[in-house]
Design a protein around this ligand. Structure first.
Ligand SMILES: *[C@@H]1O[C@H](CO)[C@@H](O)[C@H](O)[C@H]1NC(C)=O
Ligand SMILES: *[C@@H]1O[C@H](CO)[C@@H](O)[C@H](O)[C@H]1NC(C)=O
Ligand SMILES: *[C@@H]1O[C@H](CO)[C@@H](O)[C@H](O)[C@H]1NC(C)=O
Ligand SMILES: *[C@@H]1O[C@H](CO)[C@@H](O)[C@H](O)[C@H]1NC(C)=O
Ligand SMILES: *[C@@H]1O[C@H](CO)[C@@H](O)[C@H](O)[C@H]1NC(C)=O
Ligand SMILES: *[C@@H]1O[C@H](CO)[C@@H](O)[C@H](O)[C@H]1NC(C)=O
Length: 902
């Protein structure tokens, strides 16, 4: 926080310490507000006001706040003392009440969101002590997000918030306050907001907000922009750079356009700063903690109509690395991010205008984030579910049974112990003498890693569930001192007899005094009980299997269409099985062969309404049964996205199989890149195609449930529409169909030489990251124009990556980019594309980014290309800059995507 204050001091008009939250009085008209409706209008938001009794609609922010009652079971409600009750509309009510936690060392809020897993959220925790206890002593304590340390909360009498962007590892996440012996933890509010800032490829890093600034905004008004102006509810502080003057426009900014990658609100972009004395640069410098890396985001929009086609052109130099020049377009947003910036004590930047432009530089918005590695994974989810179910069944009300059961290590739940591998597992549970009543819950059997269970000296009734015998590692089971009935299931008894399980069942008074059941009644009771139990078990097992099977079937067909649902109406109505005569009619008796794909011949056809289609006739060698084929085809037919070639229908009988696809009039990408093709795809078209394909693949990976792995991505599987929109073809097929293509080896289930994930040979399976690898090769083909396998002589060929890597090392972009472009490309966007491609083909699949990240990066790259326009200086002027940054570029290639970042 010291760093932060230093930073703020440099803002001449920084109006208030970071600790004090200023809320925008978002112009909400009270009469018009339908409270319930507004609540549902905050999709993905959770807004909790801690310590209030009832939910309420906050007029100041336009947000529906919930009481924290349903999110936490411990703690006490309090009110801040009246002198800290700021009677100001802007603050809302959140700081008036708080919850404090005199009991327990770890207290956790449980946050549940639908489909939150793997999505990134901005989590804001606000604190005000307000002398609620009359002790004039504010506490200091630790804050955890899930199982990872987030920050130490420190404040005196100020109001303060902390904010982190974090990817939820599951649909449920916890925010925990940990008492470290410096006072009773407390909290005023907790807000969860969707965020699509990339927290870097691995998902384990988190971004800590170090400042979000609305530059040039009228600081005198002391109003921050936030929800509802900002759909992600960032809080934008009004601020200025040193030696700068503000200016603004009231005109509309094109915030819907694709340049607005971070969905900035118009209110932030409408104001900007420029140098105060007509100088040509804006500068900034502040000290930051060198132990961390940083992401810095610069946001621009031209606010002046310069006329005569004049454009403002600027370049950014951040910690010695220059980026640009970039050209600003009138009223169009442009964001430039520097990610994973390593620093030595300072972040400093200069924004210069180029001599050509002659206009001073501007800056509209600025964000700093510190990268933290959240390395710990939460406890195995099925263990968590099982122990949660036990907690609820027995109504166990222990102070420390909150948040994750195993982590943080020093605050794991009492009565259980864990093994800390990459995913912690629960290995023992001791609920001895815990006044448990009722039956032994079968969910115990879900603790699959458990080695020791002690339920002794409780008041448990009923019989001993047989499922316990199925715990593979169970070595100790103590059930003594309860009121359990019947005998011990044979399977458990066997384990105990042969010494693999230490079983205690003494002092179960009601049931078997003095071994009488064991000895005397055994003869008939045991067989009788055993047969009843086994019949029952069989019935239960069968019904579970049936239910399970049904659920599974349902899940498989539940392909979720989020983005593409609008377009699908037209095609969907035609989706169906075809008959052979229909197929023959559609293709006019297979008259017009238009190609041979990996799975067989392709024919042009026309549906009744003249819609052109491509009909793939598949070889009948497939061993797949009709049912599997039909299930798979039906699944693929409901996958619709603008960047995926739609499957319209299918056909299968004993001899033939056919798939009917939407027709793509411009053929495949390989053809367009080949030497022999007459027209040349220009650089922007290539970036567009790459972005389209990335979006399609991202949809297969992240939009479909279950995700679809393509397994055989290549340029011949990327098809182009009449308007050169790219769509991915043949997804989901390799799993079902064997193939006769020469490009497959007999041992590979899928994958084409030159595109195949090197890890495949080790692991033998293809996953999302294998697709990312293939996508990287495709990107290199787009950049170089070369095929994935380059023939160098009649016998010899080399891999495109083998060819390109040494040239990248030398840093010679002109020798990488397709010579057919005749140097008509932007060096910055070309480098960025190369970096993205490099990150995709990293040998270690863990290090490769997710497709969502690749897509976001490509979109940024494309936006930059569009922003730069075609009239900027091209290759020739860039060589100086590149030779300076080359050393760093090749260094960074190893692990990072952002060579400009140092
Ligand atoms: C979340 O990501 C992990 C690892 O990247 C993956 O295994 C899992 O399937 C993903 N889950 C969802 C719901 O997307
Ligand atoms: C815009 O500029 C005018 C005059 O320079 C100033 O009065 C006004 O407060 C500014 N508006 C904002 C939102 O900063
Ligand atoms: C954030 O989400 C919006 C809307 O889905 C999208 O347009 C934008 O490109 C995303 N930005 C990033 C950086 O992913
Ligand atoms: C004006 O800018 C120049 C350099 O850009 C700087 O050296 C000078 O101190 C500035 N003058 C004032 C009055 O801020
Ligand atoms: C369970 O806890 C009780 C009391 O703390 C202790 O006596 C007993 O030995 C423990 N059981 C096991 C299996 O460790
Ligand atoms: C004991 O019996 C169980 C169940 O019959 C069996 O799975 C296990 O391998 C046996 N263990 C030993 C040490 O014989």
């Amino acid at each position: 926080m010291v760093v932060l204050q230093n930073l703020l001091l440099l803002f001449v008009f920084a109006i208030i310490s970071f600790g004090d939250l200023i809320l925008a009085a978002g112009g909400i008209n009270n009469e018009d507000v339908d409270r319930r409706k507004l609540a549902t209008e905050n999709p993905g938001f959770i807004s909790i006001d801690c310590g209030v009794e009832d939910d309420y609609f906050d007029d100041a922010t336009g947000i529906f706040f919930k009481s924290d009652k349903d999110f936490i079971s411990s703690g006490e409600n309090h009110q801040t003392s009246p002198e800290f009750d700021f009677n100001n509309n802007q603050f809302g009510k959140r700081y008036k009440t708080l919850r404090s936690f005199p009991q327990g060392r770890k207290n956790c809020y449980t946050l549940k969101l639908e489909q939150a897993k793997n999505n990134s959220y901005r989590i804001r925790a606000s604190f005000s002590y307000g002398n609620f206890d009359g002790k004039n002593q504010a506490p200091k304590f630790d804050l955890y997000i899930g199982v990872n340390y987030w920050t130490t909360v420190e404040f005196s009498f100020t109001r303060r918030f902390y904010e982190v962007i974090h990817v939820f590892p599951a649909d449920t996440e916890y925010v925990c306050l940990v008492n470290t012996g410096s006072g009773t933890p407390l909290i005023s509010s907790l807000e969860i907001r969707p965020s699509n800032y990339s927290t870097s490829g691995t998902g384990s890093s988190a971004l800590i907000n170090m400042g979000i600034y609305d530059l040039g905004s009228d600081a005198g008004q002391q109003v921050s922009v936030r929800y509802k102006d900002d759909i992600y509810d960032r809080v934008w502080y009004p601020a200025q750079l040193p030696s700068s003057v503000p200016f603004n426009t009231s005109l509309d900014i094109d915030i819907q356009g694709s340049g607005n990658l971070y969905k900035l609100p118009a209110e932030v972009l409408r104001t900007a700063v420029q140098p105060s004395n007509g100088s040509k640069s804006l500068t900034f410098s502040s000290s930051f903690n060198s132990d961390y890396e940083y992401n810095v985001y610069f946001h621009f929009a031209e606010l002046e109509d310069l006329g005569n086609g004049q454009l403002r052109e600027l370049s950014i130099t951040l910690n010695g690395v220059k980026y640009g020049p970039v050209t600003l377009e009138y009223l169009n947003p442009l964001s430039i991010s520097f990610q994973k910036l390593r620093i030595e004590g300072n972040i400093d930047f200069t924004i210069d205008s180029t001599i050509e432009s002659g206009l001073p530089p501007i800056l509209n918005g600025l964000e700093f984030y510190q990268l933290h590695q959240f390395q710990l994974a939460p406890t195995d989810l099925s263990d968590v579910d099982a122990v949660m179910s036990i907690k609820h069944t027995y109504k166990i009300n222990r102070d420390d049974w909150q948040g994750d059961p195993c982590l943080p290590k020093e605050y794991s739940w009492s009565g259980l112990s864990c093994r800390f591998n990459s995913t912690p597992r629960i290995i023992s549970l001791n609920l001895s003498a815990s006044k448990l009543t009722g039956e032994i819950p079968p969910s115990l059997a879900d603790l699959q890693a458990i080695e020791s269970i002690d339920l002794s000296y409780n008041e448990l009734t009923g019989s001993v569930p047989e499922v316990l015998a199925r715990l593979p590692n169970l070595k100790v089971l103590d059930l003594s001192g309860n009121n359990l009935k019947g005998s011990i299931p044979r399977s458990l008894k066997d384990k105990s007899d042969n010494g693999s399980l230490l079983l205690s069942f003494s002092e179960n008074k009601k049931s078997c005094p003095k071994d009488s059941c064991e000895e005397n009644n055994k003869k008939f009771i045991v067989p009788l009980v055993a047969s009843i139990v086994s019949v029952l078990a069989l019935v239960i097992l069968v019904s579970i299997l049936v239910i399970f099977y049904r659920i599974k079937r349902r899940k498989q067909t539940e392909v979720v269409n989020t983005t593409a649902s609008k377009k699908e109406g037209l095609l969907k109505s035609k989706n169906r099985p075809f008959t052979y005569s229909e197929i023959a009619r559609v293709t006019d008796n297979f008259k017009n062969e238009i190609g041979v794909g990996g799975f067989g011949k392709v024919f042009l056809g026309h549906l009744n309404d003249d819609t052109p289609v491509a009909v793939k006739l598949l070889s009948s060698s497939s061993k797949q049964g009709y049912k599997e084929f039909q299930a798979e085809a039906q699944l693929l037919m409901i996958v619709h996205h603008k960047n995926l070639v739609s499957l319209i229908g299918y056909f299968k009988d004993d001899d033939n199989m056919a798939l009917v696809y939407e027709f793509m009039s411009n053929g495949d990408l390989r053809g367009h890149l080949s030497e022999t093709n007459k027209t040349v795809l220009n650089w922007k078209q290539r970036l567009l195609i790459a972005t389209d394909a990335a979006q399609g693949l991202d949809y297969l990976h992240n939009g479909c449930k279950p995700p679809i792995v393509h397994r055989d991505l290549k340029t011949s599987n990327i098809l182009l529409t009449e308007s050169m929109q790219a769509k991915i073809a043949d997804f989901g097929l390799s799993r079902v169909f064997s193939t006769d293509s020469a490009s497959y080896t007999s041992t590979c289930p899928a994958g084409t030489v030159g595109y195949l994930d090197p890890e495949f040979h080790a692991s033998g399976n293809l996953n999302k990251k294998s697709d990312v690898y293939s996508f990287g090769v495709i990107l290199f083909e787009l950049i170089t124009g070369l095929p994935a396998i380059i023939r160098i002589s009649a016998e010899d060929s080399i891999n495109l990556l083998q060819w390109v890597s040494p040239i990248i090392q030398k840093g010679d972009i002109r020798n990488i980019v397709d010579p057919k472009l005749q140097n008509d490309f932007n060096v910055n966007t070309a480098w960025k594309a190369v970096e993205i491609a490099m990150s995709c083909v990293l040998p270690n699949s863990m290090q490769r980014p997710d497709m969502s990240h690749v897509f976001a990066e490509l979109k940024e790259c494309l936006a930059l290309e569009i922003a730069l326009g075609r009239n900027d200086q091209r290759v020739q002027n860039e060589m100086t800059r590149l030779s300076n940054s080359m050393e760093m570029t090749s260094l960074e290639m190893e692990s990072d995507m952002f060579p400009f970042a140092r």
